[in-house]
Design a protein around this ligand. Structure first.
Ligand code: CAA
Length: 383
């Protein structure tokens, strides 16, 4: 067993780290406060070859392996989960999903644009009455000559108001549950595709773009189908297998950022005549945090490595997402406490980490759903 990164993986990690620390982190607080992602960061991701990292070079990607992509997500997660979330959806849920399921024509039309940032992607699955139970979606797709006509509503769609292209899941027959679901590639300018920002203010990921999207007699040609009719649920789940790895890696980044911040603070802050890091109670917290971050990282890298071997990794990806997000939530909670009154203010990033990590325990499958996936795999189907 070799735990060392290859020189190519180190090179990608270093590039992502430099970008995250020098260009992303300094803007993160203001992006959080103003509620919008600096668009120049998306252009920089493209310039650095990080916007479509895992995509083949023929389509404008960097052909990086899954572990390298996880490293990119980890480094971005260290700096700003809103940008990391943008990337996980754009690259993991959209670009690589089209790479996996698209026709040659769909790939040629969309992948180079997604890789360059000329088009932004979003992934439309969640509905008001279909969150964890994704097979119960009610957005309908009704065949009409050479078209399908979509009607329904999607919520909490990351990148939804800025996207140029949406992967939309709709059902031909709600009673058929997952067997009725189709996936469509829909340009967001299509008549009947309507979007607005989600109402209210989110707890975290405040620089992210979250949309409510409605389909009102939205006509799309049958050539917009991604995969075969009725294959949409598998398209959705396979995309989430990729997306969840990015979320797990982003959570490792948050955990590491909390640990780094706490170590620095425990060295500098003095109370009762000594560094607070000299108190055993603080040392215990730092040591537990370090163990959590390392375990989360190893689970995440293992899931990425399995994907790179072409081996099934659904369970291992869920293990990584479950553990890494829960561990980072513990780390962020501890970091806010350790920082005391400073941790309670957005003067220090630990406050933002504490808010952001909560979303990561929810989106792309809640911690409950990751446990369902893991337990079902352990138990198998009843004979
Ligand atoms: N890859 C490929 N196929 C898969 C799969 C996977 N990972 N998981 C399941 N399938 C297949 C099954 O093999 C089965 O196929 P067959 O009919 O051929 O047997 C079919 O899909 C149905 O599977 P299940 O019976 O397991 O389906 P289920 O209804 O019990 O649901 C679930 C399973 C895991 C709970 C699923 O509903 C799920 O993941 N729920 C959470 C949804 C989620 O993550 N939503 C977040 C959306 S994105 C977001 O957060 C916002 C954003 O903007 C990014």
């Amino acid at each position: 067993m070799d735990f060392a990164l290859t020189s190519e993986q180190q090179r990608i990690r270093d590039r992502a780290r430099q970008f995250a620390r020098e260009e992303v982190a300094p803007l993160a607080r203001e992006a959080d406060a103003t509620g919008s992602l600096p668009r120049q960061l998306i252009a920089r991701l493209a310039e650095l070859g990080l916007l479509a990292g895992p995509l083949d070079t023929a389509y404008g990607g960097a052909a990086m392996d899954s572990l390298s992509f996880a490293l990119v997500c980890e480094e971005l997660g260290w700096a700003d989960s809103s940008l990391r979330g943008f990337l996980t959806v754009h690259a993991g849920l959209v670009t690589m999903c089209i790479r996996a399921w698209g026709t040659d024509e769909q790939r040629a039309r969309w992948l180079p644009r997604l890789a360059s940032g000329q088009s932004i992607g979003c992934y439309c699955l969640t509905e008001p009455e279909a969150g964890s139970d994704a097979a119960s979606i009610q957005t309908t797709a009704t065949a009409d000559g050479d078209d399908y006509v979509l009607n329904g509503e999607k919520i909490w769609i990351t990148n939804g108001t800025i996207a140029d292209l949406a992967i939309v899941f709709a059902t031909r027959d709600p009673a058929a549950r997952h067997k009725g679901i189709c996936a469509f590639l829909i340009p967001t300018e299509t008549p009947g595709f309507q979007r607005e920002r989600m109402p209210g203010e989110a707890l975290g990921h405040r620089a992210s773009d979250h949309a409510r999207i409605t389909f009102a007699d939205c006509h799309v040609p049958k050539s917009a189908l991604l995969g075969e009719p009725g294959e949409g649920f598998k398209v959705a789940m396979s995309a989430l297998d990729r997306g969840r790895l990015g979320v797990a890696a982003g959570a490792v980044g948050i955990g590491q950022a909390c640990l780094d911040a706490c170590v620095e603070f425990a060295r500098a802050r003095r109370q009762f005549g000594q560094r607070i890091g000299d108190f055993q109670m603080v040392q215990e917290r730092l040591a537990d945090m370090a163990a959590d971050v390392d375990a989360a990282r190893l689970l995440t890298y293992r899931a990425a490595w399995l994907k790179d071997q072409g081996r099934p990794a659904t369970r291992e990806t869920s293990l990584a997402k479950l553990f890494a997000t829960e561990a980072a939530a513990r780390a962020a909670s501890e970091a806010v406490l350790l920082f005391g009154n400073r941790g309670y203010s957005n003067e220090y990033p630990v406050e933002r980490f504490y808010r952001d990590i909560k979303g990561m325990q929810i989106y792309e499958g809640t911690s409950y759903i990751q446990r369902v996936i893991i337990a079902r795999d352990l138990l198998g189907k009843e004979e």
